[in-house]
Design a protein around this ligand. Structure first.
Ligand SMILES: *Cc1c(COP(=O)(O)O)cnc(C)c1O
Length: 387
C-alpha cells in the first residue's frame, strides 16, 4: 500500500529550498550572516540569552563540557541515550558514571541520582548530563536543587526536545534550554531530529563567560578581540589563545535551520496528535508507553512502545515495510564502556527497558492513513501473539 514507513524523517519544503538557494547565491557560505540570524532566532524561540551554532550535536556536547571544565572530571549521565551524551566526557579525559532510569518516564531516576551522590564524598562528581529522552524533560527544578547542593554543573542534552516545555512549582512555564536550570543545553539538527540542517547543533546558555568560551573553542581558540590579545601587529593579526576546534556550522546549513525553526511549533503539534492517536489505539493492549507528567509538554522526537516480544514485533513491522527502530542500546553495555568495567546488571531498569522497546513511526508528515496502517500492523501482531 505504502512504499515504506521509516521511524522518523525530515520535512523539507519549498521555503527551505529557497532559503538555501539564497545563501548559495550570497557572498558567504560559512561564517556569514545566516549563522548569526539563526542563532538569534533560536535563542529567542527557546528563551535563552545565548545560542551558539556548531557543526553537530556531538560538537555541542564536547564544547559545553570543555567550557564547564570537564577535563579529568567524573560526570553522570543516563544509560538510555545516544552514545555521544557520555562520549563528550571521555573526549575531555573525564570519567563517565551512569545513573539508571525511572522505568515510567524513561528519564534519569533522580532518587537513584540522589543516593549515588550521597554515597560518594563531596566533590567526587563534577557534573551531570541529563537527557530529555524521546522529547520529555527531566524534572529540572529538582535536578538543579540536587546539583546546587552537591556543587555540580548541568549540561542538558535536549537533542530530542527543542520546544519541549514544563511548568515549575510556581506555575511558570519554561522551554527546555532556556538557561534557567541548566548551565548549558545542547541540540542536534541531524535530519531525524525536529530541525534538519543535514548536520548541525546548538548550545544555549544564559552565562556570558560560557558563551564566549564556546565561541572561542568553536573556531580553533582563535581571537581577534583586542582585549584578549597580548599585542596587535595590524589588521591581519589574530592570536590563538586556547586549543580549539573547527566546529563551525556553514551558512548554508544555518539558512536551512532557521527556515526549519519557523515550522517547529506546527511540527510539535502534529507530533502530539500522532502520539495521542497511538495512545488511544493501544489503550487496551499490553503495551507500555512513557508516562508524561501533567506539567509537561512532550516534544515527541520518538514514540516508544514496550512489548514482551519486541523482536517479533520489529520483524513483523519490517515484513510490512514499517521500519521501526530501537532507541537505545544501553550505553554502558557497549564494548567501549564494558572495557571500563561497566557490565550487564549494573542498570536493571535501563536493561529491562532495552529488551522491550521499539520506536514507532513519528514525524510530522506521517499521514493519518499511514499511521492507521502502522497501528493495524501492531495490533495484528499483538492479537496473533496472544493466541
Ligand atoms: C542525536 C543525538 C546526539 C548527537 O547529535 P549529532 O548531531 O548526531 O552529533 C546527542 N545526544 C542525543 C540524545 C541525540 O539524540
Amino acid at each position: 500500500m505504502f512504499n515504506s514507513i521509516p521511524y522518523g524523517r525530515q520535512h523539507i519544503d519549498q521555503t527551505d529550498i529557497d532559503a538555501v538557494i539564497k545563501t548559495l547565491q550570497s557572498d558567504y557560505l560559512t561564517q556569514g550572516p545566516a549563522i548569526e540570524s539563526f542563532e538569534l532566532a533560536f535563542a529567542e524561540y527557546i528563551g535563552a540569552k545565548h545560542a551558539i551554532a556548531v557543526s553537530n550535536g556531538t560538537a555541542a556536547l564536547h564544547l559545553a563540557a570543555l567550557a564547564l571544565g570537564a577535563e579529568k572530571k567524573r560526570v553522570i549521565t543516563s544509560p538510555i541515550t545516544f552514545a555521544a551524551s557520555a562520549n563528550c566526557i571521555e573526549y575531555c579525559g573525564g570519567e563517565v558514571f551512569f545513573c539508571d532510569i525511572d522505568p515510567k518516564t524513561l528519564l534519569m531516576d533522580l532518587e537513584k541520582l540522589e543516593s549515588l551522590l550521597n554515597t560518594h564524598p563531596s566533590g567526587y562528581f563534577s557534573g551531570i548530563v541529563p537527557v530529555e529522552f524521546a522529547g520529555l524533560s527531566v524534572d529540572l527544578e529538582k535536578l538543579k536543587s540536587l546539583a546546587e547542593k552537591h556543587g555540580l554543573w548541568i549540561i542538558e542534552d535536549a537533542c530530542h526536545a527543542p520546544g519541549a516545555r514544563f511548568s515549575d512549582s510556581k506555575g511558570q512555564e519554561h522551554k527546555a534550554g532556556n538557561g534557567k536550570y541548566a548551565d548549558c543545553t545542547i541540540f542536534s539538527f541531524h535530519p531525524v531530529k525536529h530541525i534538519a540542517c543535514g548536520e548541525g547543533g546548538m548550545v544555549t546558555t544564559n552565562d556570558d563567560v560560557l558563551a564566549d568560551k564556546i565561541k572561542l573553542l568553536r573556531t580553533h581558540g582563535i581571537t581577534k578581540s583586542p582585549e584578549l590579545m597580548g599585542k596587535n601587529d595590524g589588521g591581519w593579526y589574530y592570536e590563538m589563545i586556547e586549543l580549539g576546534y573547527n566546529y563551525r556550522l556553514t551558512d548554508i546549513q544555518a539558512a536551512l535551520g532557521e527556515s526549519q525553526l519557523r515550522k517547529l511549533d506546527d511540527s510539535l503539534n502534529r507530533r502530539n496528535t500522532i502520539a495521542l492517536n497511538y495512545r488511544k489505539a493501544f489503550e487496551n493492549y499490553s503495551i507500555t508507553i512513557q508516562d508524561v507528567p501533567s506539567n509537561q509538554f512532550h516534544a515527541y522526537h520518538l514514540f516508544i512502545v514496550q512489548v514482551a516480544d519486541r523482536k517479533g514485533l520489529y520483524e513483523h513491522l519490517r515484513e510490512n515495510k514499517i521500519f521501526a527502530q530501537v532507541h537505545y542500546i544501553p550505553v554502558h553495555l557497549h564494548p567501549y564502556y564494558q572495557a571500563k568495567g561497566w557490565k550487564k546488571g549494573d542498570m536493571p531498569s535501563a536493561e529491562a527497558y532495552y529488551d522491550q522497546c521499539l520506536s514507532l513511526p513519528m514525524y510530522p508528515t506521517l499521514t493519518n492513513e499511514e499511521q492507521e496502517y502502522v497501528i493495524q500492523k501492531v495490533v495484528e501482531f499483538l492479537d496473533n501473539s496472544a493466541n
